[in-house]
Ligand binder design. Structure first.
Ligand SMILES: [Zn+2]
Length: 122
């Protein structure tokens, strides 16, 4: 019977031993799973960083506008706001969709205008 050589996914060396062994040893098994966890954590960190930056931009813009939270998308984009990242969406009482970054969000008013809103303020 032809036995297919199994290769350790971590060190790429042949696996010797039981047929259900997936790694050459404990060191490689642990390293392999740690690498997967680190990659997952680092992509989560990168996304969280964008979301936190978006949140700060909305909060600072609202504060700097002294209650007039109407602005345009280009102003936010120049500050580094990324419209493709948000935490959740919810319609307000008027049925307009609020796009949130945590507790602060915005409503698109027309083509390029946005109204910044705090959670539960509408
Ligand atoms: Zn190995």
């Amino acid at each position: 019977m032809l036995v297919k050589e199994r290769i350790c996914p971590e060190c790429k060396e042949p696996i010797i031993g039981r047929s259900d062994k997936k790694f050459c040893g404990d060191v490689c098994r642990t390293a392999y799973h740690n690498n997967i966890a680190n990659q997952r954590d680092s992509s989560m960190r990168a996304i969280n960083k964008v979301l936190q930056k978006n949140r700060l931009i909305l909060l600072e813009t609202e504060v700097n506008r002294n209650g007039n939270a109407q602005t345009d998308i280009y102003f936010l984009q120049e500050l580094g706001f990324d419209f493709s990242y948000y935490t959740h969406c919810r319609p307000d009482r008027a049925g307009q969709v609020i796009v949130y970054c945590y507790e602060v969000g915005y409503i698109r008013n027309g083509e390029d205008q946005v109204q910044i809103v705090r959670k539960d303020s509408r």
